[in-house]
Write a new protein. Structure first.
Length: 96
């Protein structure tokens, strides 16, 4: 079972502000999770071959292909909320 200090430390690392009720709830839940992980750690896997993935799929993405869709610049600029001098106008994000 986790201690109150351990739960507080985990909450601090996760940047969570927990009240006492929440701390007690998470203490029970996290302890149950850690107990389960400990059970998994005890499983004998000495005769199990390590796997990197389980599906057997290799590179299942499609090839990039041109779809031939073309838009005129005026149309695209017209879709923007603001434009100026035939350019899309956006808020500045960098300081001068």
């Amino acid at each position: 079972m986790l201690t109150d200090n351990e739960v507080s430390h985990i909450a601090k690392l996760a940047r969570l502000e927990l009240n006492e009720t929440e701390k007690e709830k998470f203490k029970k839940e996290l302890s149950a999770i850690l107990d389960y992980v400990e059970t998994l750690n005890k499983a004998d896997t000495s005769n199990v071959e390590p796997l990197m993935q389980v599906t057997g799929l290799v590179n299942s993405v499609r090839e990039d292909e041109s779809r031939g869709i073309e838009y005129k610049p005026e149309f695209l600029i017209g879709q923007a909320p603001e434009s100026k001098n035939n350019l899309v106008k956006v808020k500045a994000i960098l300081k001068k």
